[in-house]
Design a protein around this ligand. Structure first.
Ligand code: AMP
Ligand code: GLY
Length: 414
């Protein structure tokens, strides 16, 4: 079977690698792919949001299965269009993707179906939003819900910060009408529970933990993720069972009930608080960098698994024992501005897996080409060993313009 993977990051590199392990994958294409993916798949220069060009490519090549990585592709309806044309595709429809793309939709759904999450209110008016913040306690969690990517989530520690963020989100009308979800601030350990979902049939992946801040001890600005690991000692079997029943299964059922059945990966960004496990956010796709530490543990045939989901059948997956830990190498300056084009050497001495995030080939040499450049993922019997191995391998990579966190996995040892 010919398989197309949409996307160009470390997540898609891990997806392509899992597919490449299947004897059913006769040929793999990636649109647009990256320099690392190019070793396993043919990269085709189509933008991940250019739905018509992707459909045309699938027709021309007779693609049997397409797997979607990025949310941007889902949000523009790539799954709806592929299905219209009779293609098998792994990912949710535009309507189901709203669980990620609209914070307000996600919160309303959770409230209606009694899914545990932070209390909230939604505003379009700046004065009303500010009045609500003044009445409540700090920090205030402000989540932008609208078309301007990047305004994201602001955790305002002071009234001044809340004012500035709400002005930016609600008074700057350059993007059309903005909406803000204001949430109760929760505290606890965060973790990611991703499930394969085909309507109301669901199957969990190993729990992982992301590290969103740029520097050690969770300091510095938010990033796309600086590292991740599996297994998490603080997520007990009871926690897992609770989250599966009261959060993941309930939301899968709710989306069926609402006429927006989900197919693909439902990502629960969860927090273990003193009053139980609660939802911080949902994503409608594989997480990044969680996927890079989860998929190496997949023992089942990835093509069978993705196909089952695409066809609405019960997904089933087996996972290897042990642990994985991945450390991201990022360009100095990231997530702010950074330079590109620095030579990366020594990767051939690395025993761990390397997934490329932002690299390029220049005159036959591997160079940096993005903010997050690559992730080094070690597998071992224990998390300690995986951490040691990943650190040893990171030290073998030579490049003048990279940095990484040295404390990935530390929360598991507290
Ligand atoms: P998000 O973009 O929704 O993933 O939010 C980014 C980060 O903000 C999350 O990973 C949390 O660390 C934090 N966050 C979001 N919502 C809350 C909340 N209600 N309480 C505490 N922290 C939150
Ligand atoms: N790791 C968080 C995300 O994929 O959005």
């Amino acid at each position: 079977m010919k398989i197309l993977v949409i996307g160009s990051g470390g997540r898609e590199h891990a997806i392509v690698e899992a597919i490449a392990r299947s004897p059913k994958a006769e040929k793999i294409y990636a649109a647009p792919g990256n320099a690392g993916i190019a070793a396993l798949a043919e990269c085709v220069a189509i933008k991940d949001t250019d739905v018509e060009a992707l459909v045309a490519f699938a027709k021309r090549e007779g693609i049997g299965l397409t797997v979607v990585g990025p949310e941007a592709s889902l949000a523009v309806g790539v799954v709806d269009r592929f299905r219209e044309e009779g293609f098998k595709i792994f990912g949710p429809t535009q309507a189901a993707t709203e669980i990620e793309s609209s914070k307000d939709f996600a919160k309303r759904l959770m409230k209606k179906y009694y899914v545990p999450t932070a209390d909230y209110a939604t505003f379009t008016d700046y004065e009303e939003a500010m009045a609500y913040v003044r009445k409540g306690t700090l920090p205030a969690v402000l989540k932008y819900d609208g078309l301007a990517a990047g305004k994201g989530v602001v955790i305002a520690e002071t009234m001044e910060e809340a004012e500035a963020a709400l002005k930016d989100m609600l008074l700057d009308t350059k993007y059309g009408e903005g909406r803000v979800v204001i949430e109760e601030f929760l505290t606890g350990e965060e973790f990611s529970l991703m499930c394969f979902v085909a309507g109301n049939k669901i199957c969990p992946m190993p729990v992982a933990q992301d590290h969103k801040r740029a520097y050690d001890n969770d300091e510095g600005p938010n990033t796309g993720g600086m590292g991740a690991y599996t297994e998490l000692p603080f997520v007990t079997a009871e926690d897992h069972a609770y989250a599966m029943e009261h959060i993941m299964q309930r939301v899968a059922d709710a989306l069926v009930e609402e006429g927006r059945p989900f197919t693909g990966v439902l990502y629960g960004g969860l927090m273990k608080t003193l009053t139980g496990i609660k939802v911080i956010e949902f994503n409608a796709r594989f997480g990044d960098p969680e996927t890079e530490v989860v998929l190496p543990r997949l023992k089942s045939d990835a093509v069978d698994l993705f196909m089952a989901v695409a066809e609405g059948q019960q997904p089933a997956a087996e996972w290897s024992e042990g642990a994985t830990l991945g450390i991201v190498l990022a360009s100095k300056g990231y997530p702010g501005s950074y330079d590109k084009g620095f030579a990366i050497r020594g990767t051939e001495r690395v025993e761990s897996k390397i997934y490329h995030m932002g690299t390029a080939m220049k005159n036959g040499e591997l160079v940096t080409a993005g903010g997050r450049v690559m992730i080094v993922v070690a597998e071992a019997a224990t998390l300690r060993e995986a951490q040691t191995k990943a650190r040893e391998d990171i030290a073998k990579i030579e490049c003048d313009n990279l940095f990484h966190r040295t404390d990935i996995g530390a929360k598991a040892f507290r």
